[in-house]
Structure formats: structure tokens, C-alpha cells
Design a binder for this molecule. Structure first.
Ligand SMILES: [Zn+2]
Length: 298
């Protein structure tokens, strides 16, 4: 999934607690998928959502939360991201980012192969991967025109509900998808089952252990933020990962960790010195705000 389209008129994200509770009144408790423990709350955001942490493994998530089916229908359905045909052509920034992912997948796999992009959105990655010689395939809850005209094999629906028959893949990609799912361990387990022996997993999520999110959490805790805990993006995001907690989930699902990094996504128009400074400060020590993880099926 791409970044939320915050300009959508009926987007609920960031609205006052009263509005959220009127639209999504129900709440259900969530237990840690790794430890089966009830989490301990540690903060409440201005939307009224409780952020909680597992006492066993420190995985952070939203609990209680609106029922997942309601979220899928009210939040993720049609206004969540730009699914226009224009968005199926990667921007220069996305092209750099996607090529970096494909370079690493090709290095670890030693070749190109069949790749499943879970939550393929507007289809920009599918097109780029196919152009490089991958057999691209994708899933999404709603298949966009960009995805449908990409030439890739497609399945509509949630990963867990799709019947792939005997189809298997050499790589499965979750690009900013896992933080939106009902149960990330179940999603990763399904990916594991869909991979060929030694197949690869790629996951990208926001990195709560990055320098900027850590600073924002500290400011939120001490009342120094106008919109405390907004960087968690609760409502859009249900799970909040660090390299440690994502690594535990991936290993539990049957993968061996190969590599993780927090790649910089340079903004267009940045002068070279600023890009270099960010690289040195954030990318090199792996303190960036985006976490990319590569793993191999065991
Ligand atoms: Zn846990």
C-alpha cells in the first residue's frame, strides 16, 4: 500500500476522538500474536486510541481496536491511497527505492524468478519488476486499473483468503502492508507457505526505533507535541515495529534473517550535501524512519 491519501474528504485519520468514536464505535481487545499475552497500555492519542506493548516481547500494537472488518470497509477500502492509472508509473524517487529492493532480492536469490507483491496498489512495482525480467504477480483487496493493465497475474482479496492452488513464488513482498493487517504473524506464515524452498521475503514498515520517531515519542511523552503520538498513525497502522520485534515475528514465521536496513528516501530538490548528511546520520547507523528487512524461508 502506498502512503495514505490524507487529502481524501472522508478520511478519518487525525479527526477528533468524538468523530472517530461516532464512525467506529466498537472496540475489541488484541493479544500479542507471538506471546498470546494481553498488552499493557502506554499512551493514548488524540483520536482516542490506546497504544499498547506486549510485556513479553515488547511488540507494540493498537489494543483495543475497531473490528478489522469495519476498518477494512471504512478506512482501507477506496480512499486510502492513490490508485489512479497515473500512479502506476513510478516517480523517480520510487524508482530508486524499488530498484534497490530488486537489486537486493536478485543478489540473495542469485537470479530473477516469480515474485508476489502483496497489496500491489497502483501496480508501479509490478511494472518495474516485470520490466527487469521478474514474473510479477500481485494481490490487493481492490485491484486497480494500473495493476490490471500491468500484465501481472493478479488475485483480489486478502492474502489469507486467496486460493493460490499449486502456485508458488521465489519472493514475496510486503511493502508497507504488514502494519495494516489483522495479524502480521498469520500473514508472514501464509507468505512462508507460498514460497519455494529458499524463497525470499521482503518487508518494509515504519521503523519506530528510528531517530525521528524516538524523538517524537519522547516529545509526546513529555507534552511537547501539539499532536502527541501522531507519528504512530494509529487507525491507519495497527502494528508498530522495531528491527527487534519485526525480526522476532519473521523468525517465528519460519524465516532466517538475511539483512535489514533503514534506507534513505531522498526528497526531490534536496541539495547533495543534505542527502550526504542524512546518509551519514541516519542510513549508515540504521536509524532511519523506514525499516526494510530481507529474509529467507527456512
Ligand atoms: Zn509478545
Amino acid at each position: 500500500m502506498a502512503a495514505p491519501d490524507s487529502t481524501a474528504k472522508d478520511s478519518l485519520f487525525g479527526r477528533p476522538r468524538q468523530v472517530i468514536e461516532a464512525e467506529l464505535p466498537e472496540r475489541e481487545p488484541v493479544r500479542c500474536p507471538l506471546c498470546d499475552l494481553d498488552p499493557a497500555p502506554f499512551a493514548r492519542d488524540p483520536q482516542g486510541f490506546t497504544l499498547a506493548r506486549c510485556p513479553g516481547c515488547h511488540l507494540e500494537f493498537l489494543s483495543p481496536r475497531p473490528p478489522f472488518a469495519r476498518l477494512a470497509e471504512r478506512v482501507y477500502a477506496h480512499t486510502y491511497e492513490d490508485l489512479s492509472l497515473a500512479a502506476s508509473q513510478p516517480t523517480p524517487e520510487k524508482k530508486v527505492q524499488f530498484e534497490r529492493q530488486l537489486n537486493l532480492l536478485e543478489r540473495y536469490l542469485g537470479r530473477r524468478g516469480a515474485l508476489l507483491d502483496v497489496g500491489c496498489g497502483a501496480g508501479a512495482f509490478l511494472r518495474l519488476a516485470a520490466a527487469r525480467g521478474w514474473q510479477a504477480a500481485g494481490t490487493d483487496i481492490h485491484l486497480s486499473e494500473g495493476a490490471r493493465t500491468s500484465g501481472a497475474r493478479l488475485w483480489a482479496g486478502r492474502l489469507a483468503a486467496i486460493d493460490f492452488g499449486t502456485e508458488r513464488f521465489d519472493a514475496v513482498r510486503f511493502h508497507h502492508v504488514l502494519e495494516h493487517t489483522e495479524n502480521p504473524l498469520a500473514e508472514l506464515g501464509r507468505a512462508r507457505a507460498l514460497l519455494r524452498p529458499n524463497g525470499l521475503l521482503y518487508v518494509s514498515v515504519p521503523n519506530l526505533a528510528g531517530l525521528s520517531p524516538r524523538l517524537k515519542s519522547w516529545q509526546s511523552r513529555w507534552g511537547m507535541k501539539r499532536h502527541p503520538w501522531r507519528h504512530y498513525a494509529a487507525l491507519h497502522h495497527l502494528w508498530f515495529f522495531t528491527p527487534a520485534t519485526l525480526g522476532r515475528l519473521v523468525e517465528r514465521a519460519g524465516f532466517e534473517l538475511l539483512h535489514w536496513e533503514t534506507p534513505l528516501r531522498p526528497k526531490p530538490g534536496w541539495p547533495p550535501w543534505l542527502t550526504a548528511a542524512y546518509r551519514w546520520l541516519l542510513e549508515k547507523p540504521r536509524r532511519g524512519s523506514i525499516l526494510d528487512l530481507y529474509a529467507r524461508a527456512q
